[in-house]
Design a binder for this molecule. Structure first.
Ligand SMILES: Cc1cc2nc3c(=O)[nH]c(=O)nc-3n(C[C@H](O)[C@H](O)[C@H](O)COP(=O)(O)OP(=O)(O)OC[C@H]3O[C@@H](n4cnc5c(N)ncnc54)[C@H](O)[C@@H]3O)c2cc1C
Length: 546
């Protein structure tokens, strides 16, 4: 039976179990053909994909398509001096300015109606590359230069990976995508998985910040890498001030764009390495029991778990367990299989995703079969072996029009297990009402961070990401319901992902023990309110300069 006929059968016998399974199997067998068949099926429908034209063109839209910015001005400085002069001008007139990286945040943190500042125009002004000179000669120990890089704002992780690889270097850990700017990712405490591996900000040793009135600071922790005597032999304090202070450093590291524009960051990196990855399918109850013991999480450099929240006809709820370990560079490369083909199908084109969303809105009970089939496709017959950054990157699925929410729970007292139980229970209740969670619960484990507003500040954490395809009926309400249900579990939502319930008075201080120190520095650096926006207004942390 061809795919078109299977779809026809699904529409003529809605809810028929065999028809659902046949459609899911067709999707798994050839996602591309499947999308073509869907397109043919819906071709006659004039309403498909006909979005209403916006009354006014937005200045900028984020990657997820859920944040539209109507800025008065969109500026693209090309040099540090231009950047300083823009920040000075906006501060003088007490305007508002927001820096944007690659726009891979779903939350309202880059909203502004005044000046939006594109950091991607600021690549190295001499060679347009992502790295700047280290200035290791100004350090206490210049020999450490071999394993450090200085990254300019606007440089994406995708640009940086091959440049580091050519130098025999690699980041110690990365998240699941590479299109973000490294500095934008660090600004929201982006993380990968690995209980011995903290989030990205913890690799930073020094940074350069342009703040109110265009003032320039180089900021480091108390025992910073730079020798102040050498620094001031080269630079005048009136041009750039060196601050070596823990409160400054651990506040500005994760400053959410609220303290200024970070021009550069100097980070520790590793010698390049390969990763070996396996993905096994297992029963969630058994994995859940093992998660309660620390050994399971610590047995590999990286553990990730993708839980299917639906039964999908299985006697027990299933999950995928992803394990990754570093191997020597001499190991033979075994490429990633077409595994990610199923995931990539969501991202083929916006049109393809629109078709799939249309299908699951018409047949929500198809979701469990699709999800189960997809998770099965990720299982490895033999391990993958590839350079670390290839393994970290989940690839094309990241281009799908998805928005996501991510919760960070403390590992202590197994709070995270109770929270996940509650999420699955809620998804089961929603399913009974006809609302289906379309993606898995993706668990990662992250070592505690020293950055004051990192979601992992001072606690080893389990993060749980829940994604929703844009346009799925009830999707926004489901995400909000998950956020509300997670409030009792000491959760800190990812700053860059959806979060709407974080603005109640006292929330920040109740969840972040160092919030008062962060806020004190914020009030000082943002005294004119230039870095305030909708997000800071909502959180009640604006300096109110306007
Ligand atoms: C497909 C996808 C995959 C993702 N995968 C992961 C993952 O695996 N792990 C994870 O933890 N998160 C993940 N995220 C979230 C993402 O990493 C964060 O939202 C990150 O902050 C986005 O980086 P960006 O360069 O796009 O920054 P933007 O979204 O443009 O900006 C984020 C914040 O940084 C500020 N900012 C940007 N540049 C500067 C600068 N130079 N100086 C000061 N402030 C600045 C902005 O003002 C804003 O507040 C993912 C998001 C997407 C869309």
């Amino acid at each position: 039976m061809n795919i078109g006929a299977r779809l026809q059968a699904l529409y003529s016998q809605p809810g028929d179990r065999q028809a659902l399974q046949r459609v899911a199997a067709a999707f798994a067998a050839d996602p591309h053909e499947f999308v073509l068949a869907l397109r043919a099926r819906y071709a006659a429908d004039p309403t498909l994909g006909a979005a209403a034209a916006p009354s006014r063109s937005p200045t900028w839209i984020n990657h997820g398509g859920n944040q539209t910015v109507y800025a008065r001005q969109f500026v693209h400085p090309r040099t540090l001096a231009e950047l300083q002069s823009i920040v000075a001008e906006v501060s003088e007139r007490r305007g508002r300015l927001k820096a944007v990286g690659a726009g891979h945040s779903f939350s309202d943190i880059v909203q502004t109606d005044d000046v939006l500042l594109d950091t991607t125009s600021l690549l190295n002004p001499y060679n347009h590359g992502p790295l700047l000179p280290l200035e290791a000669e100004l350090w206490h120990d210049p020999s450490a230069a071999a394993q450090r890089v200085r990254v300019v704002c606007g440089a994406t992780i995708r640009m940086l990976n091959p440049v580091l690889a050519r130098a025999g270097l690699a980041f110690s850990n990365l998240g699941g995508y590479d299109a973000q700017t490294l500095i934008g990712a660090i600004a929201t405490s982006t993380h990968g998985s690995g209980i011995e591996l903290p989030p990205l900000p913890d690799a930073v040793r020094s940074l350069v910040l342009v703040t109110t009135l265009g003032k320039l600071y180089q900021i480091e922790p108390r025992a910073g890498i730079t020798d102040p005597a050498k620094f001031y032999r080269r630079h005048r304090q009136s041009e750039i001030e060196l601050i070596q202070d823990d409160d400054w450093f651990y506040s500005v590291l994760v400053s959410l764009g609220c303290m200024g524009v970070i021009y550069s960051m100097t980070l520790d990196v590793l010698g390049s390495y390969q990763l070996r990855e396996t993905v096994d399918r297992d029963a969630w109850p058994a994995v859940r029991a093992q998660l309660a013991t620390p050994d399971f999480i610590r047995a590999h450099r990286h553990i990730e778990i993708q839980i299917d929240p639906h039964y999908a006809g299985e006697p027990q709820r299933r999950c995928n367990v992803v394990r990754r370990d570093a191997v020597t560079n001499a190991a033979e490369r075994r490429d990633l299989p077409p595994l990610r083909r199923w995931l990539a199908a969501f991202a083929v084109t916006p049109d393809a995703q629109g078709l799939i969303v249309r299908l699951v809105n018409d047949h929500p009970d198809l979701v469990p079969s699709l999800l189960e089939t997809g998770l099965n496709q990720l299982v490895t017959d033999e391990p993958h072996l590839a350079p670390s950054y290839d393994i970290y990157n989940l690839g094309a699925v990241n281009r799908a029009f998805v928005t996501a929410i991510e919760f960070s729970f403390p590992l202590q007292d197994n709070v995270f297990i109770a929270a996940i139980d509650r999420l699955i229970e809620l998804m089961t209740e929603n399913r009974a009402r006809g609302f289906y969670q379309i993606g898995p619960l993706a668990l990662r484990f992250v070592r505690k961070s020293r950055a004051y507003l990192s979601m992992m500040y001072d606690r080893d954490s389990c993060t749980c990401e829940v994604a929703m395809l844009n346009g799925v009926r009830g999707g926004d309400d489901m995400l909000l319901a998950y956020e509300r249900a997670m409030l009792p579990f000491r959760t800190r939502p990812h700053w860059g992902q959806r979060h709407e319930l974080t603005g109640t008075p006292g929330w920040l201080s109740a969840h972040y023990p160092m919030a008062e120190r962060w806020l004190a520095l914020h009030a000082r650096l943002n005294e004119r309110g230039i870095f305030d926006n909708h997000f800071t207004d909502r959180l009640g942390i604006s300096s109110g300069g306007q």
